[in-house]
Ligand binder design. Structure first.
Ligand SMILES: [Zn+2]
Length: 354
């Protein structure tokens, strides 16, 4: 698990008297809020368009420590919306969390920044959130989000869910035990192929930036001490259509939720997407716990830009070197070109959203 904490930059810290003056002058924060911000430990799950933008805002605001976890590398197709990265990161094939941490540390040397290259999963998520005052969800799939939902409920960690696709996005703060959790809202893991992804539907930079900004504003409210649980709402925005909605989070839904009501953590304790490394075949098989009924014609059209796609009524093949994925109607897949489960899951979640 590579990690970076560029300590050599810290000794060159600039005096911080003036740095936060505009933020301190903002009455809801003030000097007291700023000192709380500077003591807060924030974990950002995912360093894509949402996570890199939210992390940048948290670091600029002077958050005490920001830990950033991501499994992917910077690719050219990221630069259209992921403002923290540049062409040199692509040329150097840098992991996102490493490239991000090094830039964030240059932006504010007073913040303790840590970039971790890892796939968040039931085996490690509890370690990552244990000492966090706040967790920001900037993940790219519902499987991992539901694992995070369980872990935050189990350890009573406040977190802020965010997601964006196309020109649309959503932000929802979650205070375990007090406001509805993600499972309350979505019911459970969507069947494979039933929700859009940024690979299949595309995404525009203004959408991810506005969603990350709302998430960061909610985060600043929380860590600066301006907390009113009763005011927390689910916010949705379509930036292209200029539609903005706020929905109250009614606690009645928590009565029917296994996480909120019974303390059952099926995603943390189970395996929503089981991976089996197929030894000697340089391949990984992925088996979702929820069976889908994929419409190959639709999935093929959606992923046409990603690679070469063929399908018949039984299976679909998508070739995007170095990987080749064979996808079955129920969502099961075999990904050739890797024996690393995290790499295979990453490729799978780009094509078959869950
Ligand atoms: Zn719940």
């Amino acid at each position: 698990m590579p990690s970076i904490r560029p300590s050599n930059v810290r000794c060159k810290s600039l005096p911080n008297d003036d740095r936060y003056s505009r933020q301190i002058r903002f009455k809801p924060i003030g000097a007291k809020g700023q000192s709380r911000i500077s003591a807060a430990r924030v974990v950002v799950m995912g360093a894509g368009a949402l996570g890199s933008t939210a992390a940048e805002l948290m670091v600029r605001a002077g958050t005490g420590s920001v830990k950033l976890i991501d499994r992917d590398f910077v690719e050219l197709s990221n630069l259209q919306r992921q403002s923290l990265y540049d062409e040199e990161d692509v040329r150097q094939n840098l992991p996102k969390s490493i490239a991000a941490a090094s830039k964030l540390q240059r932006i504010n040397s007073a913040v303790r920044v840590e970039g971790i290259v890892d796939d968040v999963n039931p085996g490690n998520v509890e370690d990552y959130i244990q000492d966090a005052d706040l967790v920001l969800d900037a993940l790219d799939n519902f499987e991992t989000r539901l694992v995070l939902n369980d872990a935050c409920a189990k350890h009573k960690r406040v977190w802020i869910h965010s997601a964006a696709v196309g020109s649309y996005g959503v932000v929802m703060p979650i205070v375990p035990g007090q406001t509805p959790c993600l499972k309350c809202m979505i019911g459970g893991l969507p069947a494979p192929g039933t929700s859009p992804t940024c690979e299949t539907e595309g995404v525009i930079g203004p959408a991810t930036h506005v969603i990350a900004s709302i998430q960061a504003a909610e985060a600043l409210k929380w860590i600066s001490g301006d907390r009113r649980v009763e005011d927390l709402q689910l916010v949705t925005i379509d930036i292209w259509e200029q539609r903005f909605q706020k929905l109250a989070l009614h606690s009645e839904v928590m009565r029917d939720c296994a996480v909120c009501n019974e303390g059952r953590f099926e995603y943390l304790d189970g395996e929503p997407l089981r991976t089996v490394v197929l030894c000697g075949r340089n391949a990984v098989q992925l088996i979702p716990s929820v069976k889908g009924d994929l419409d190959f014609a639709e999935v093929s059209r959606a992923v046409a830009g990603i690679g070469e796609v063929q399908h018949n009524e039984f299976l679909m093949k998508c070739s995007s070197p170095p990987f080749e994925m064979t996808l079955f109607k129920d969502g099961r897949a075999i990904i050739k070109g890797t024996e690393d489960a995290a790499t295979a899951r990453s490729f799978y979640s780009k094509i078959v959203s869950m």
